[in-house]
Design a protein around this ligand. Structure first.
Ligand SMILES: NC(=O)c1ccc[n+]([C@@H]2O[C@H](COP(=O)([O-])OP(=O)(O)OC[C@H]3O[C@@H](n4cnc5c(N)ncnc54)[C@H](OP(=O)(O)O)[C@@H]3O)[C@@H](O)[C@H]2O)c1
Length: 178
């Protein structure tokens, strides 16, 4: 079965980056033992990622090695070329989301991790998200990059499970009710 999955951390008030684009708040709860909050099993489960150009550029700005072991497809209407160092790891995609998905599904990518605020909102608007795994950090940012936006129509979900990490962080896993 094909699945488009969101796995993302948000503030309690629903922002995925602060008003300066910052992500430091993701680490406000000390995690000295580097407890994995489901990221590794998600990465093992998926066969590719679709991310928005802003998220791609944010990941590129981190002073770390490329963090993904699966192919990354970057949605952009402005980027003309993937920088040389990411060739073979990253591919540019554009067009209607349904067509992008059909193209990737045909190539065998059926378990896709969808990342980036505007990107997730676009997928949700077209009802193309099957699972949402939301990790809530106990902070009110008061503004920033929102996870959710206008949908036009309500979408019902069912809770698969809910977990608490480090006594502070709540992770809720939902499936779209169809
Ligand atoms: N908290 C977390 O776990 C988490 C996770 C991921 C990202 N983030 C943060 O979220 C921010 C990025 O999110 P964002 O909302 O700014 O943008 P985004 O979804 O990462 O990127 C948006 C861009 O994607 C391109 N795009 C092409 N087709 C699209 C479509 N159908 N729908 C939407 N976008 C499309 C456009 O690029 P062009 O303008 O090139 O056409 C658009 O400007 C960053 O600050 C990042 O650090 C946080």
């Amino acid at each position: 079965m094909k699945s488009n999955i969101v796995f993302i951390a948000t503030s309690l008030d629903g922002y995925i980056a602060d008003s300066k684009g910052g992500l430091d708040w993701l680490n406000i709860i000390p995690n000295p033992d580097q407890v994995d909050m489901g990221y590794e099993s998600l990465m093992a489960r998926i066969d590719g990622l679709i991310m928005g150009r802003n998220t791609f550029e944010t990941v590129c700005s981190f002073d770390v090695e490329w963090p993904y072991t699966k192919p990354v497809f970057v949605l952009s209407n402005t980027l003309k070329k993937i920088p040389k160092e990411y060739e073979g790891k990253v591919e540019l995609v554009q067009g209607a989301l349904k067509d992008v998905l059909a193209h990737l599904n045909n190539k065998g990518y059926t378990q896709l991790y969808i990342d980036g605020g505007a990107t997730i909102q676009s997928f949700l608007k077209e009802d193309l998200i099957d699972e949402l795994i939301i990790t809530t950090i106990p902070i009110l940012l008061g503004g920033g990059v929102p996870l959710f936006g206008d949908l036009g129509q309500a979408k019902e979900l069912e809770l698969v499970e809910s977990k608490t990490y480090l006594n502070q962080i709540v992770q809720s896993h939902y499936k779209r009710k169809r």
